[in-house]
Design a protein around this ligand. Structure first.
Ligand SMILES: C[S@@+](CC[C@H](N)C(=O)[O-])C[C@H]1O[C@@H](n2cnc3c(N)ncnc32)[C@H](O)[C@@H]1O
Length: 375
């Protein structure tokens, strides 16, 4: 079974399908949660202003969202320091993490403009700010012990470290035929496999961050989720992945891809409900939950693209393609991708003509216990 750390990445900068050009939903999510981020950073600063502050954005990807997150975080810090009349802001160590295949060079190339902009906005408050790239999986240790004060992650933690072993392409029997994630008719063993993988991954994530974050440090994590315990009810499962499975099955019915390839393909994704998150945080024991909120966002993120020139199905298909195409290519080959996404677009248009679907997102803000590590 393949770990995703070596192969997973968003669509790179080619033509119109790149993540950099199709990340408006994720950008909106960052804006919606900005006040929670600000609240958490101010809590860190008012407890004990560190001389050197470690900040990490986990699953940063590339494109405009990365540096927009970092400028939001640094602006909050500099504004607070200047309001409080501090002679010197803390030295900032900023770590941008993603998997090995992420386009880190793209980020580094935009740093000179970023630094200039930061100097313009913050004037004399702009202090030493060191930016590092950290390529590795956030499901494991990334940083030295007690080195981080604030951790941010947006639209990334719904990706599992791997497809659950029972659903992996190499499993002896296909137990989720015709689907690529949990759906309304999923048998219990499919639900159990996904939930087990989520528990394993999320608890490892918490345990790793618990070692790295100083007592009193904070994390703000935003990811796709669901509202209700039952993952098979429509909100949790009748989602874009089920419609994508329908597109794959219809392309298979035309003989353009083998149906067995659809039957054995599953997505390394899990949209947890609030209770599942709370349970893992409590079990791990190093963090106190300050906030856990649920919010909705339109499937096209309320895209500004003129809706009378581009159908909603097309806009949504482009956003999904930017994230999931590399994964589909490795199973079905790249030649079929344009055709598949045209089919997907039609299925989405039909679905969206009947209902206005929303993504459900969860955002949590947690603080590391001052007593230290949990269980
Ligand atoms: C949809 S993008 C979100 C990017 C960015 N945070 C934003 O809001 O625009 C999800 C990112 O998470 C990264 N990712 C997924 N699993 C990861 C893991 N285990 N460790 C580090 N990064 C991961 C992906 O490579 C991808 O770049």
């Amino acid at each position: 079974m393949e770990l995703l750390a070596q192969s997973f990445h968003m669509n790179k900068a080619v033509e119109g399908t790149s993540y950099a050009k199709n990340s408006s939903i994720q950008s909106k999510i960052i804006s919606i949660t900005k006040c929670i981020t600000e609240e958490a950073i101010l809590e860190v600063l008012c407890k004990n202003l560190p001389e050197s502050m470690g900040i990490a954005d986990l699953g940063c990807s590339s494109g405009p969202n990365v540096l927009s997150v970092i400028s939001k975080i640094t602006n909050i810090i500099y504004a607070k320091c200047s309001q409080s009349g501090l002679p010197k802001p803390p030295e900032l160590r900023i770590f941008l993490n993603d998997l090995y295949n992420n386009d880190f060079n793209g980020i580094f190339g935009s740093l000179p403009d970023f630094y200039n902009q930061m100097k313009e906005v913050n004037g004399n408050s702009f202090g030493p700010c060191f930016i590092f790239g950290v390529p590795a999986s956030f499901y494991g240790r990334l940083f030295p012990s007690n080195s981080l004060h604030f951790v941010h992650s947006s639209s990334s933690l719904h990706w599992l470290s791997q497809v659950p072993p029972e659903l992996d392409v190499k499993a002896s029997t296909a137990i989720n035929k015709g689907h690529i994630y949990i759906c309304e008719s999923s048998p219990q063993n499919v639900l159990d496999s996904y939930y087990r993988q989520f528990q394993k991954d999320f608890s490892l994530f918490l345990k790793s961050r618990a070692e790295e974050i100083v007592p009193g440090g904070r994390m703000v994590l935003t990811f796709m989720g669901r509202r209700f315990m039952d993952p098979t009810i429509e909100e949790g499962c009748y989602n874009q992945l089920e419609l994508l499975a329908q597109a794959l099955m219809s392309v298979a019915a035309e003989g353009l891809i083998p149906e067995e390839k659809v039957d054995t393909f599953n997505t390394p994704y899990y949209a947890p409900c609030p209770e599942e998150i709370k349970l893992e945080v409590e079990k791990e024991g190093s963090f106190v939950m300050n906030r856990l909120e649920v919010f909705e966002i339109d499937w096209d993120g309320g895209s500004a693209e003129a809706s009378n020139t581009v159908s909603m199905g097309r806009r949504v298909a482009k956003l999904v393609r930017a994230v999931i195409e590399p994964m589909l290519e490795s199973q079905f080959g790249s030649d079929i991708m344009d055709y598949l996404f045209q089919r997907y677009e039609k299925i989405l248009d039909n679905h969206l003509s009947k209902t206005r679907s929303k993504y459900i997102n969860l955002v949590i803000s947690v603080a590391k216990n001052s007593e230290g590590l949990g269980n």
